[in-house]
Ligand binder design. Structure first.
Ligand SMILES: Nc1nc2c(c(=O)[nH]1)N[C@H]1C(S)=C(S)[C@@H](COP(=O)(O)O)O[C@H]1N2
Ligand SMILES: [Mo]
Length: 264
């Protein structure tokens, strides 16, 4: 057994997550990708912090039971980002999709969907409330954003996580997760970023996220409204401010007059 395997096993056992098997199974790949091995070294530390937060009453969004899950999780906003780049990712089943984490971090990362699926996961059944007046209950599975940020290591001045998406509401998508006019984006502060229910979700109701609901990755930030739940995630940028991003108000809809903190 290699050293990497040993460490992985120990981290997985201490973590006590259901995903531990997958983590061990991935151990050989971890050594090949330094950004990924950082993620898993952060697991142990993060688990302790996250468990403590989960025990704090009043801090969590309500979680529902399987019987409450809506038969259809109504899609809204973009149903399909379109464009040659996203179409190619659909055709390849998102095997070449990467989630990039950069900005004010000590270790920028680029993770595949398979790598994210290999990490400890959280599953939660929550209610999504859209400002347009509808809601839906869904079961989300994904990686806690806090774990990824622990692995990336925040640099000094870090205050916000900005989420860059693959869709453009005003025209053709801009390539490679870059921001530009009409491109959907969102942002949250670090309190929400490290909240244990804040996930980079890849499954909805036990199945890979479909294109209408944000394939292959979307944000779940459960104490806020629907428009904060950014779909088609390509890049997370840690910043000291969002004033210089797009229109300067922290999100596509915020730039068009919505509240930045959309508490439920
Ligand atoms: N990238 C992206 N994310 C987005 C949107 C969008 O148009 N593009 N719409 C937002 C709004 S207003 C809502 S209510 C939810 C809808 O998520 P759903 O399509 O899974 O229902 O996604 C949010 N996230
Ligand atoms: Mo919405």
């Amino acid at each position: 057994m290699t050293a990497a395997r040993n460490i992985t096993r120990r981290a997985a056992i201490l973590a006590g997550f259901a995903g531990a098997g997958a983590l061990i199974w991935n151990a050989d790949n971890l050594t090949l990708n330094p950004s990924f091995s950082r993620v898993f070294h952060a697991v142990e530390d993060w688990t302790r912090m996250s468990q403590r937060m989960l025990l704090q009453p009043g801090q969590l969004a309500k979680e529902y039971s399987v019987a409450d899950i809506s038969p259809v999780f109504k899609p809204n906003g973009t149903f399909n980002p379109g464009g040659a780049e996203y179409d190619a990712h659909i055709a390849q089943d998102f095997v070449n999709w990467r989630l990039k984490i950069g900005g004010l971090v000590r270790h920028p990362m680029s993770l595949s969907i398979a790598e994210l699926r290999g990490l400890p996961s959280r599953t939660q059944i929550t209610r999504h409330d859209c400002v347009e007046g509808w809601s839906a209950i869904g079961m989300w599975t994904g990686v806690q954003l806090g774990l990824l940020l622990k692995a990336a290591g925040l640099a000094s001045g870090a205050r916000y996580a900005v989420f860059h998406c693959a869709d453009n509401l005003d025209g053709e998508p801009i390539k490679g997760g870059e921001q530009g006019p009409g491109q959907y984006y969102e942002s949250i502060d670090l309190v929400d970023a490290f909240h244990p229910q804040t996930l980079i979700a890849y499954n909805l109701n036990g199945k890979p996220l479909g294109v209408p609901n944000g394939a292959p990755l979307r944000l779940r930030v459960e104490r806020q409204l629907g428009y904060k739940q950014a779909k088609y995630l390509q890049r997370i940028e840690i910043t000291d401010s969002f004033r210089n991003v797009a229109g300067g108000y922290g999100g596509y809809w915020e730039d068009r007059g919505y509240e930045w903190y959309a508490g439920i």
